[in-house]
Design a binder for this molecule. Structure first.
Ligand code: DQA
Length: 149
């Protein structure tokens, strides 16, 4: 059975491709999901690819992942910089947590330089565009294979 990975996307990422394309690029979230599914299949992973604008929904999905998933890829979007609640939820999860940011948050406004999520993240990818999702899944594939040895 393929190993299940949750790929969680926070607020405004449903508008990817239309939203500030000079920062976030022209790819849509559907494009990101397609590429993520291709790479996940190559790595022997199954993904649940989800997006919500609501903090509680992301927390509920993390709780769901606790029961079923080996890893979480999360782009918490603006909740990165505000949400102790998402950090607390991730702290209840025992598998690998990979934090993804399409933009290089450290090159941007100072309020984006702090991530509550990074207090828990095992890996962080920022500034490589939507390719960050693919790189996160490749890394998780390696982590899962090494754990099975
Ligand atoms: C983001 C960076 C955040 O600062 C921002 O609020 C987002 C997207 C990124 O992917 O670069 O919505 O997480």
């Amino acid at each position: 059975m393929p190993t299940l990975i949750y790929v969680l996307n926070g607020p405004n990422l449903n508008l990817l491709g239309k939203r500030q394309p000079h920062i976030y690029g022209h790819e849509t979230l559907a494009d990101v999901e397609r590429d993520s599914r291709t790479v996940a299949a190559e790595e022997g992973l199954e993904i649940r690819f989800l997006q919500s604008n609501a903090e509680f929904q992301i927390i509920d999905w993390i709780h769901e992942a606790r029961e079923t998933a080996a890893a979480i890829v999360i782009n918490p979007a603006a909740f990165t910089h505000t949400s102790v609640a998402i950090l607390d939820a991730l702290n209840t999860f025992e598998g690998h947590v990979s934090e993804v940011h399409i933009s290089n948050v450290h090159k941007r406004e100072s309020f984006r330089h702090h991530s509550y999520i990074s207090h828990r993240s095992d890996s962080v990818l920022a500034g490589v565009g939507t390719h960050g999702y693919v790189l996160a899944l490749r890394h998780i594939g390696k982590v899962v294979r090494e754990a099975a040895r």
